[in-house]
Design a protein around this ligand. Structure first.
Ligand code: NAP
Length: 232
């Protein structure tokens, strides 16, 4: 078991619980955040019971960012700016913020990726770029897990068997995260370039939801196929 504690903001939603469970299985301690300490504690207890472990601890979101230097942001997009504003002063310098957020809208049964994300100051092409613009320079954003569904993450009895695409402008932050996520079983971690490619991974999420629906697929996900290096 590693001593590093990874924080989930919040850790109470379906997507963040799935990631938290996979990180705990890989040996990490995970802090479950919430606006409510009581709710965080309850979810942490449930996750501990699910894995027969004591790796999960619950606390309010501010306490989580004070204690962890790797923080997954898994808040619904409409609450992102308020949540960030309430936490940014408590974040440690050099924190790595892992952005899992996808801004989707649904129309006539299909998912669409929103055309950028707006703050009072500007419109950004992706959620990741918006977060990076709003935090101090010493804090780096890495986009990850945008294309992996909560349903797939929470099916612990099945191997994940997916690729996860990492985007960031900070090469060191990205390689730290690659090291951490590579410990998750049957997850392949792929470098997907700078933060501007979060726009692509956000759109891929709409695509995979629609592929599921239009083709009656279940838990569709992305695996990049390549030929072995030795092959011509
Ligand atoms: N679900 C997926 O398959 C999936 C896949 C890829 C990416 N994502 C992304 O992951 C994020 C979370 O998705 P989810 O499906 O896990 O959402 P969710 O189950 O609806 O959970 C979201 C959490 O957001 C918090 N929340 C609710 N209202 C809030 C408010 N007014 N202000 C601040 N926080 C509030 C709640 O935490 P507290 O009440 O504990 O504070 C809640 O537990 C989204 O950005 C989504 O785009 C989801």
């Amino acid at each position: 078991m590693t001593e590093r504690k990874i924080g989930m903001i919040p850790g109470t939603g379906k997507q963040s619980q799935g990631i938290a469970l996979r990180l705990a299985q890989a040996g990490y301690k995970v802090m479950i955040g919430s606006r409510s300490t009581e709710k965080a504690t309850k979810i942490a207890e449930e996750l501990n019971a699910r894995l027969s472990t004591d790796q999960f601890v619950g606390d309010n979101n501010n306490e989580v960012v004070k204690q962890c230097d790797i923080i997954f942001l898994v808040v619904p997009p409409e609450y992102l700016i308020n949540t960030l504003d309430g936490l940014v002063n408590d974040m440690k310098p050099n924190t790595i913020l892992v952005d899992v957020i996808v801004p989707l809208s649904f129309e006539t049964g299909l998912a669409y990726c929103d055309d950028g994300i707006c703050t009072d100051e500007a419109t950004y092409p992706s959620v990741s770029e918006c977060i990076q613009a709003k935090v101090p320079e010493s804090i780096s954003v890495v986009g990850a897990f945008k294309t992996v569904s909560a349903a797939k993450l929470n099916r612990l009895e099945h191997p994940l068997d997916v690729d996860v695409f990492l985007t960031s402008n900070d090469v060191d932050a990205k390689s730290k995260l690659i090291n951490i996520l590579s410990k998750i079983k049957s997850l392949r971690v792929l470098n997907a370039g700078p933060l501007m490619f979060s726009r692509t991974t956000e759109q891929m999420t709409a695509l995979v939801i629609n592929l599921n629906k239009l083709n009656k697929l279940k838990h569709a996900s992305f695996r990049v196929i390549s030929v072995p290096k030795s092959e011509k």
